[in-house]
Design a protein around this ligand. Structure first.
Ligand code: PLP
Length: 392
């Protein structure tokens, strides 16, 4: 059987058009963008051109785009960079995030807490959407940063980033010049392919993206930083990226990122339609199953993610058996030291452990098609029946 890749939220295949755009910069045009000679200048021109295009995609200015190695680094730079600035000013600050963030945000917040920063977490409703009233109550006079993802990677729930930015504006209007500023950061990794990304429309001050979720390679990402945001670098040893991110530029990666965004801007509408129809078909076919629940609802979800819990069937076992049939999906559970921890996202959504343990994530992408639905459903049905028969 032909293999089926339904794990596009984990990573995507590099689009051949992206590969074609970046290849010259791995080979003939291999210069270091920091070198003065022509090899370097050619590389620098490619970086400049890519930065301009990316800035345009986000409705930003070119000096507001900082290239990084990916979303983990962008999130770290956004959070640690802002915190470090205020700590260097001897300010006592407070920062807020949601309970359903990617570990790249959650663990950075945990680290900030260890360093003595006051940290708060906001919950989500049963569909995995942030409780905005709870967030409003948690904002204090010394809150300098709110970090809420644009769309969740496990259940695909879309977060009310624009509404949060309205709250931030309201809070800002109450503060004077002598008060601390307040910034909104969003980890937009999973949203870039499908949702509006204009930073003025969204009202965000910092925004994270990653190449390998949008058909560019692994190892490239970016952080949008609105001009004037108080932030310190977290890496040292070079003057690249306006002094905010030391290290030789990943020129092929940067070129690839710009090309990937260009393709999104042209093909997004068509792609969303296609993915919605594959997802609808999956949902319809799943009606023939018993004892299952969707985690999240399509109206508040990305078009490419479907998260399903099966009672009395472990997510990890489903994943492994599907893999034997050549089908790749993922699960929210993390198998650590022999014990299965239920996903922090499903737990925050109020899913009991017996449902959370049987959860799997199907994440579609550009290279999937409707013909993959039935073979997947057929394998899944056999696997679920088998696991349930074996279940104690
Ligand atoms: N944030 C979210 C929402 C993600 O889904 C991921 C990847 O799984 C990351 C951050 C980390 O991205 P990267 O692999 O680019 O560091």
């Amino acid at each position: 059987m032909k293999s089926i890749y339904f794990d596009n939220a984990a990573t995507t295949k590099v689009d051949s058009r992206v590969l074609e755009a970046m290849l010259p910069y791995l080979n003939d045009e291999f210069g270091n963008a920091g070198s003065i000679h022509s090899f370097g200048q050619n590389a620098q021109s490619a970086v400049d051109e890519a930065r301009n295009k990316i800035a345009e995609f986000f409705g930003a200015r070119k000096q507001e785009i900082i290239f990084t190695s990916g979303a983990t680094e962008s999130n770290n730079l956004a959070i640690q960079g802002v915190v470090n600035y205020f700590v260097s000013q001897k300010q006592k600050i407070h920062i807020i995030t949601s309970k359903i963030e990617h570990p790249a945000v959650l663990e950075t917040f945990a680290e900030m807490k260890k360093r003595g920063i006051e940290v708060d977490y906001v919950g989500v409703d049963e569909n995995g959407v942030l409780k905005i009233a709870e967030l409003k109550k948690k904002i204090k006079d010394n809150t300098v940063l709110i970090s809420v993802m644009y769309a969740n990677n496990e259940v695909g729930s879309i977060q009310p980033v624009k509404e949060i930015s309205e709250l931030v504006k309201e809070e800002r209007s109450k503060r004077t010049k002598d008060n601390l500023p307040i910034y909104l950061h969003t980890d937009a990794v999973q949203a870039v392919n499908y949702l509006p990304m204009n930073v003025e429309y969204l009202g965000v001050d910092l925004m994270t993206i990653s190449g390998h979720k949008i058909y560019a390679p692994k190892g490239i990402g970016a952080l949008y930083i609105r001009g004037g945001v108080k932030i310190k670098p977290i890496t040292f040893g070079g003057h690249q990226e306006y002094g905010l991110r030391a290290g030789t530029n990943n020129v092929p990666g940067i070129v690839a990122l710009a090309k990937a965004l260009e393709i999104i801007s042209i093909e997004q509408k068509k792609e969303i339609q296609k993915l919605k129809s594959i997802k609808d078909k999956l949902i319809k076919e799943l009606e023939n199953f018993e004892n299952y629940k969707f985690n999240g609802i399509p109206e508040k979800q990305l078009p490419n993610i479907l998260n399903i819990s099966f009672l009395n069937a472990e997510g990890e076992s489903i994943l492994m058996l599907l893999d034997m049939d050549g089908i790749a999906i993922s699960t929210g559970s993390a198998c650590s030291s022999g014990s299965l921890e239920p996903s922090h996202v499903l737990t925050a959504m109020g899913r009991p452990a017996e449902w959370a343990h049987g959860s799997v994530r199907v994440s579609l992408g550009r290279f999937n098609n409707e013909n993959e639905v039935l073979p997947f459903i057929k394998s899944l049905k056999i696997i679920i029946d088998k696991l349930r028969k074996m279940a104690p």
